[in-house]
Design a binder for this molecule. Structure first.
Ligand SMILES: NC(=O)c1ccc[n+]([C@@H]2O[C@H](COP(=O)([O-])OP(=O)(O)OC[C@H]3O[C@@H](n4cnc5c(N)ncnc54)[C@H](O)[C@@H]3O)[C@@H](O)[C@H]2O)c1
Length: 418
């Protein structure tokens, strides 16, 4: 029988590529995810006989869920600094405690190999060039602190029969079915496409390692397969090369087949500045990244030109998480109003109009455009206008999946009410 690998965060930016690669390599995959960004990112693999979907929060996973798994690749997390800062307590619960508990469950379940997706963010403001895996960590944010602590705890669980390995990934770039336009190369490319400009904040001298998302996915498989070569308990930097942001903007602008203006501004919240070495991964895992920045830029630019890539709110990770938190608040508000009014309440135009105003105010900062605002308004009034029964057991982020459907189903009703 083929070996089963549980991939948490399987439908995310790197997960949606890794799952395809694992299935193509003959593994069975258990995709463990809350699917905050939807299921469709798994695309043509959704019907693959080797793929099992498991919609669950990693905080609720028990050893039983992993009993049939040979290995776990742990990707699920609030995946960048600003998303993690939205709610530092939740970040700790998911990115640190949730991930450590998951590894414990895997160990109890008899899983043999465990690969943890960490981040070079743990180096923080490194201040020196070419940090190795043994250099001091200076995590600057809740996200980086959680990554550092979880990585250390999980590496410490390495035992004969339970090999744990951690990868410190560089910032990724390139095209993925779950597109992220909050990663530096992708953002620069989108900005050049939409405005003909790239804005570099923080002066441009900051250094950062980068890696193409396809290379990163390949690195996970290299680490998984190298576990029987005595690498348990180790950590590896995964990247292509280090760039200063001003150099990077030049590479990106040159790769784009249209005039691009680069502007530098002094501010910028991101204080990360480090460059790292990648030789340990080359020597022990046999892994070298091969896809260059220009290739990644061109593939994204072409997909944008052909209108083949999503670039709405869902691709801006922190904005999307804020947006679905707002949706949740509106949903609760609607449920509360409905229960106060009694479930058989007649549609009330003035109440609905007030809800729409609130929804618009809540969502006006969410750059989601008219569709998102309409959906927010519709969800806000759903408890009052009748016709569609709200489900109190609706899962927190299941709303993300329902938004387009709700918008379509209720637009006509809304038009009739206000
Ligand atoms: N993309 C990068 O540049 C980068 C760089 C370094 C490290 N990493 C790390 O790699 C991993 C994957 O990153 P990504 O870019 O694919 O992120 P992503 O945001 O695209 O994907 C994360 C996935 O995890 C799921 N998820 C989040 N919280 C969950 C929970 N509590 N329970 C179940 N599922 C949950 C989400 O639904 C999503 O599908 C993360 O751990 C991230 O920190 C990514």
């Amino acid at each position: 029988m083929n070996k089963t690998i549980a991939v948490t965060g399987a439908a995310g930016y790197v997960g949606s590529i890794l799952v395809g690669r694992l299935l193509d390599a003959g593994y069975r995959v258990k995709a463990v995810d809350r699917f905050f960004f939807g299921l469709n990112t798994l695309g043509r693999y959704l019907d693959h006989p080797g793929l099992e979907l498991k919609t669950i929060d990693i905080r609720d996973v028990t050893p039983r869920d992993l009993e049939d798994c040979w290995a776990v690749i742990d990707l699920a997390a609030l995946s960048n600094d600003p998303s993690a800062e939205l709610d530092p307590a939740l970040t700790w619960e998911i990115n640190e405690k949730g991930r450590i508990d998951l590894a414990r469950s895997a160990r109890s379940a008899g899983v043999e190999r465990y690969v943890f997706s960490g981040s070079c963010s743990v180096y923080g403001a490194g201040g020196r060039a070419d940090l190795s895996e043994d250099s001091a960590l200076r995590p600057l944010t809740a996200y980086a602190r959680a990554a550092a602590t979880a990585e250390e705890a999980i590496r410490g669980m390495n035992r004969p029969g339970f090999a744990t390995v951690a990868l410190r990934n560089a910032t990724m770039f390139g095209l993925s079915p779950r597109m992220r336009f909050d990663l530096v190369v992708n953002v620069m490319t989108l900005s050049a496409f939409e405005t003909g400009q790239i804005v570099v904040t923080g002066g441009g001298q900051q250094r950062r390692p980068l890696v193409h998302v396809q290379d990163a996915a390949r690195a996970f498989i290299c680490a998984l397969e190298a576990c029987d070569r005595g690498i348990g308990g180790q950590v590896f930097n995964i990247g292509l090369a280090n760039f200063r942001m001003n150099e990077l903007s030049e590479v990106v602008s040159k790769a784009i087949p249209a005039p691009v203006q680069v502007q530098f501004t002094p501010g910028g919240a991101d204080k990360r500045d480090y460059s790292v070495k990648f030789d340990r991964a080359r020597e022990a895992l046999g892994f070298s990244a091969s896809v260059g920045i220009a290739e990644g830029v061109i593939e994204i630019y072409r997909a944008l030109m052909a209108n083949q890539v999503e670039r709405g709110l869902i691709t801006k990770t922190v904005a999307w998480y804020s947006h679905i938190i707002q949706m949740q608040r509106l949903w609760n508000f609607g449920l509360e109003a409905r229960s106060l009014a009694g479930s058989k309440v007649e549609p009330d135009p003035s109440l609905a109009a007030r809800q729409v105003a609130i929804a618009a105010a809540v969502s006006k900062n969410s750059s989601g455009g008219q569709a998102a605002r309409t959906a927010a308004a519709l969800i806000g009034i759903i408890g009052m206008i009748g016709g569609v029964e709200p489900d109190p057991s609706e899962e927190y982020f299941g709303l993300a999946e329902r938004i387009p459907r709700l918008a379509g189903a209720l637009e006509a009703t809304l038009a009739g009410v206000i």
